[in-house]
Design a protein around this ligand. Structure first.
Ligand code: UT7
Length: 335
């Protein structure tokens, strides 16, 4: 029974995995590309380096690597996967969906597959979507992935964005449970009135690709950083407090917060407002930058591989991204 008390099955994270491309781009490397400095990037964001995928790697290739690790940990054969959801803003193609390419790469013949786009909140939205399929008994398991090759949508002439992001993928396997562990609750929110503050404006039906759209650099990410920062702190704090209240828990009950990894100053501000010290946060943005939908599952996997959690620990995922979209999920660790 899940804690929402709606008669659904409980759902656990039975496996996690991640993949980071080998190539490291340091802040020093970036000073040769744009007018920036290691000092500015580290003090304004907390980022020292990020990973960049190879030209021959698309989001589905990163996703497949992460998925294989998650399936191994969960003891689930790829051919038994029933559902694949990929959260990404950098799909392999406009269509078909990236999840179908992952299906092909790993050989998950029985799965139905779709992508979910909620920018940096995409993994959390996908996790809750898949949880509902498993909880209702529609599927016996689900593979949920956040995968991004953001390096191919960054404007390498725009120092206000290109220093912030990196490539990578993280994946989890969901299974039903009767142990009482697992996903305790989720809150999600959106505000489309602020959609224009963080976009890739070109390449869709509003502004199709054309010589003009490319000359105007519309196919690259645009961000009003200061505005995004302000809303991120507010929405992440509110979402975290709401999910705790919904689950009848307080900040003291949280073992570890796994936040979206956009900026160390955002993490610090959320930590201060929640009254949860950053020593109880899983932070990897110094090494990987902002990986949008991949941020939370990669940080989760690194913490799991470092044996940071034991059964019964309470993990709080909290995200914010373009849309705007945001959300928070509470998980009681264990299978
Ligand atoms: O994942 C989705 C959510 N995304 C986020 O949450 C990102 C939120 N925003 C941020 O993290 C921060 O707003 C940024 C890191 C993007 C920018 O930090 P900031 O403290 O808000 O800086 P700013 O935009 O106010 O810029 C301050 C100065 C400006 O120069 P002037 O106008 O004061 O002369 C910028 O031109 O820093 C300059 N600047 C840079 N200088 C060196 C901006 N980018 C750079 C850079 N290197 N890379």
């Amino acid at each position: 029974m899940n804690r929402d008390g709606k008669g659904q099955r409980g759902v656990v994270i039975a496996g996690v995995g991640s993949y980071l491309p080998e190539r490291i781009l340091t802040n020093a490397d970036l000073t040769k590309i744009v007018d920036t400095s290691d000092e500015w990037i580290r003090t304004r964001t907390g980022i020292s380096e990020r990973r960049i995928a190879r030209d021959d790697q698309a989001a589905s290739d990163l996703a497949a690597e992460a998925s294989r690790h998650a399936l191994t940990m969960a003891g689930l054969a790829a051919e038994d996967v029933e559902m694949i959801v990929v959260a990404t803003v950098t799909p392999d193609m406009v269509f078909p969906n990236t999840a179908c390419f992952v299906q092909k790469h790993i050989g998950a013949r029985k799965a139905f597959c779709f992508d979910l786009e909620a920018a940096c909140s995409g993994f959390l939205y996908s996790l809750e979507t898949a949880r509902q399929f498993v909880a209702s008994g529609t599927v016996k398991n689900a593979l949920v992935i956040g995968a991004e090759k953001l390096s191919c949508v960054l404007d390498w002439q725009d120092r206000t964005t290109c220093v912030l992001f990196g490539d990578g993928a993280g994946a989890v396997v969901l299974k039903p449970t009767t142990t009482g562990h697992g996903i305790l609750g989720t809150v999600m929110g959106s505000d489309g009135t602020l959609a224009e503050l963080l976009t890739i404006p070109g390449g869709g039906s509003r502004t199709p690709v054309s010589a003009q759209s490319m000359a105007d650099r519309m196919h690259y990410m645009k961000m009003a950083g200061k505005d995004v920062f302000k809303h991120a702190v507010r929405c992440m704090t509110d979402a975290a407090q709401q999910v705790l209240a919904r689950c009848g828990l307080s900040a003291d009950d949280v073992t570890c917060v796994i936040p979206h990894q956009a900026n160390m100053r955002i993490v610090q501000a959320v930590s201060d407002r929640l009254g949860i010290g950053t020593d109880r946060f899983c932070i990897n943005l110094d090494r990987v930058g902002n990986m949008s939908a991949a941020s939370v599952p990669v940080a989760l996997d690194e913490a799991v591989r470092a044996n940071r959690f034991k059964a019964g620990d309470r993990l709080l995922f909290v995200t914010f991204g373009g849309g705007f979209t945001w959300g928070a999920t509470l998980v009681e660790w264990g299978v």
